[in-house]
Design a binder for this molecule. Structure first.
Ligand code: BGC
Length: 757
């Protein structure tokens, strides 16, 4: 079956589960190699928790039959297919309807893997667990915008806790592909465009989850940077540049979080599918980095049995592949000598090792009630810290409590706030406010819907100013909205842009005529505030006409409250952009969305010619000034940075003081950028810190640069090189606003890729 046919098959399969009336054509149940009955061993030393994980994995492996080993190397897409009467695949009774299930080996006390998506909360795909809800966190971009690794850890703890309380022991979270295109439909799930920021935040999230004895997965390894035709897309890039950007981000996350699993991506990289890519999986991940966990495939991303030889350890969501490769065909390959038994053992050992190391064997998940109010407070905190104030002319914000008449317009904000779509979609614990099927043509049309989380901004705004007259207008007719705005003291226009997995948005324009709506309202009221609920940057042709702009991303199930808190100053905004906001598509590295209009399933490619110069680095190198730069965000207070000291030697060390010079408590996010490396002009984030300060308060900050951010990767010799010479750094408010700097000498250095074992 060709790639196109395969794509269509997987699309059909997903649709069929959504549309219960349709039947899956000729979908065979996976052929199992079966498990001949072998007596249980008298002793099970691998279950002794005092032994190291490696030893336990080795002991368990030695007790397994070939069939048992192979059974751990492939797993089901565990969405409740039976419920829809649409699949002939009967899942074992213990399987929890969710993204994935891999049966265990009961004879040896090895539990099954119960896998759930949970980038932004524990997902419940297609309501497979009827009525099951979860805490819906804000978008990954909101978390990244906090620049607060401690909060990323807390998010990881919460996700792990909810997953475990629902019976899961593997979390398919940790999405972290770098933003290379501001129209990528999945950016909202990820952590922005900078390797240090994304790697740090992902690593902390993983750590939080695994501290709950739930295995965490980082994904999608790697370069799944556009969704259009993602399963047939060849991502082309210079390998050294990839090491300095996306792979560096993953390496940092693996070092920090030590996730039990890595999920390889759908796309090809330089002509080889990511899940069958020897360079990526064997050479980089396992050999150079020494990764000891396992590589699972994305769902429907395996195209051959020999992917095992290229470094893939486990086939996930097997019904979505053309056939189940890692079951009977794998056994045949082993028996015929095409796949060495040692490689089977290596793959199984990796899975077992992660299970023992993270504690899913010693601390199995227990279904327990979830403390939703406590988790809602965390969702609120992330939204508070992640909302970015982009513009605030003449201090129009925060709004005074004395305001008498407010026009609130657009965005269905009488009901709730928008969320992003796809496998990360969460059914919020406080209910679903609105579900709008978008439809369209093509096989994926049925999957397109907008889901609104129920924290309604109108309600929260009215609650903040109970004596004010708060009036809502849907925004359907700009003239009607403008008429309402003309009578108000202030007009707040909410605009939305829905992003979802499987699609890129074609351009940066707000959909449904919302630019016209803003223009009409702004013409009627000089105190117009725009709140963006988007998963990406959007063009703002009306920017000069409005008084204030907030980027609220998809703010999660407490989003309406969070937005109101920022509007009225109960919370001082402190979010900073984790991705550049370009002015228009024309300024983007690829002005036209790659492969716009390509037939579904057609083979396509994207040449990521910017290499390691992703986001702000590319804008800087090409003298393009973005509308709002990476790292940018305003506050209701002001900060001063001084006493800058820079020292050199083996690496750069920068220290400085942060002062709150305003009248309110607030958080600053000072950033340190490398601006020149051994005579070469560059712009690279070397460090950041979120600093909470009372008015008049001061804190000293010290940042030591990871040397890999200073140098370049030599692919031929597989090593980092930091040449000796002069290096210049600046402290900054954002990538677009550098403050004081210093130049020091570095002694020069070469180093092997960092190990993550
Ligand atoms: C997504 C993964 C997800 C998997 C299981 C895939 O379509 O790309 O991120 O974990 O489905 O739902």
């Amino acid at each position: 079956m060709g790639a196109r046919a395969q794509f269509e098959r997987s699309v059909r399969l997903r649709i069929v589960l959504l549309v219960a009336s349709t039947m899956i054509p000729a979908l065979a149940a996976p052929q199992s190699v079966g498990s001949p009955s072998v007596p249980a061993p008298a002793a099970r030393p691998w279950l002794e928790s005092a032994r190291p994980a490696d030893e336990r994995a080795k002991l368990a492996l030695a007790a397994m039959t070939l069939d048992e080993k192979i059974s751990l190397l492939h797993g089901y897409w565990a969405v409740s297919t039976q419920r829809f009467g649409a699949s002939s695949v009967k899942l074992p009774a213990e399987a929890i309807p969710a993204a994935g299930y891999v049966p265990g080996v009961p004879r040896l006390g090895i539990p099954a893997l119960f896998e759930t998506d949970a980038s932004l909360g524990v997902a419940n795909p297609m309501d497979s667990r009827p009525g099951d809800v979860a805490t819906a966190l804000p978008a990954g971009l909101a978390l990244a915008a906090t620049f607060d690794p401690r909060l990323a850890y807390e998010a990881g703890v919460m996700l792990g806790d909810e997953a475990r309380s629902k019976g899961f022991n593997v979390l398919l979270g940790g999405g972290m592909d770098l933003t290379r295109d501001p129209r990528n439909g999945r950016n909202f799930e990820y952590l922005g465009e900078d390797p240090l920021l994304a790697g740090t935040m992902a690593g902390e999230e993983v750590r939080g989850t695994q501290d709950q004895h739930v295995i965490s997965t980082v994904k999608h390894f790697a370069l799944n940077a556009n969704e259009t035709n993602r399963t047939t897309l060849d991502a082309r890039i210079d390998p050294a540049a990839m090491r300095e950007s996306d792979l560096l981000a993953f390496n940092l996350a693996l070092q920090r979080g030590r996730p039990g699993a890595v999920m390889c991506a759908y796309n090809e990289i330089n002509g080889e599918y990511a899940c069958g890519n020897d360079w990526l999986l064997n050479q980089v991940l396992k050999q150079d980095w020494g990764y000891r966990g396992w590589v699972m495939s994305d769902w429907g991303a395996v195209h051959a049995t020999n992917y095992l030889l290229a470094g893939l350890d486990q086939e996930s969501g097997e019904q979505l592949d053309q056939q189940v490769w890692f079951d009977a065909p794998l056994k045949t390959a082993v028996e015929r000598g095409g796949v060495p038994r040692g490689r089977i053992d290596d793959a199984v050992r990796r899975i077992l090792r992660s299970m023992f190391a993270v504690g899913v064997v010693d601390y199995p998940p227990v279904k327990t009630p979830i403390d939703y109010p406590r988790h809602a407070a965390l969702a609120l905190q992330i939204a508070h810290q992640g909302i970015v104030l982009l513009k605030n002319e003449a201090g129009v914000l925060p709004l005074a409590s004395s305001v008498r008449r407010i026009a609130v317009i657009g965005g269905h904000v009488n009901l709730g706030v928008l969320s992003g779509g796809g496998s990360s979609q969460v059914i919020p614990s406080n209910g679903t406010a609105l579900r709008i099927p978008l439809g369209g043509t093509g096989p994926m049309a049925a999957l397109r819907f907008e889901l609104f989380d129920p924290s309604a901004p109108v309600t929260a705004i009215q609650a903040a100013v109970p004596h004010a007259r708060v009036e809502f207008d849907s925004g359907a007719y700009p003239a009607e909205a403008a008429a309402l705005a003309s009578h108000a003291d202030v007009a707040i226009v909410f605009v939305t842009q829905h992003d979802m997995e499987g699609f890129d948005v074609p351009d940066m324009q707000l959909p449904f005529g919302q630019n016209g709506l803003i223009a009409a309202v702004a013409a009627a009221n000089p105190h117009t505030i725009v709140v963006l609920e988007t998963g990406n940057p959007v063009a703002m042709p009306w920017l000069d006409k409005v008084a204030a702009v907030l980027a609220a991303w998809y703010p999660g199930q407490e989003g309406g409250q969070a937005i109101a808190d920022v509007l009225f100053g109960a919370v001082n905004p402190s979010g900073h952009l984790p991705m550049s906001f370009p002015r228009t598509d024309a300024d983007v590295v690829r002005p036209r969305l790659p492969n716009l209009g390509a037939e579904a399933g057609a083979a396509v490619s994207v040449d990521y010619s910017e290499g390691a110069e992703v986001g702000y680095r590319w804008y800087h190198a090409h003298n393009v000034t973005p509308l709002f730069p990476f790292g940018y965000g305003l506050s209701y207070t002001s900060f001063r940075y001084d006493q800058l000291r820079v020292s050199g030697g083996r690496t750069l060390k920068v220290s400085f003081e942060v002062h709150n010079t305003g009248m309110r408590a607030g958080a600053a996010v000072p950033q340190v950028y490398l601006t020149s490396a051994a005579g070469r002009p560059v712009l690279r984030l070397l460090g950041f810190q979120r600093v909470q300060l009372q008015p008049g308060g001061m804190r000293s900050v010290t940042i030591t640069a990871d040397p890999r951010l200073l140098g370049s990767f030599d692919e031929a010799h597989r090593r980092w090189i930091v040449p000796a010479g002069m290096y210049e750094v600046h402290i900054a408010r954002s990538a677009g606003e550098l403050l004081g700097g210093g130049t020091v000498r570095l002694s020069g250095y070469t180093a092997a890729p960092a190990r993550v074992d």
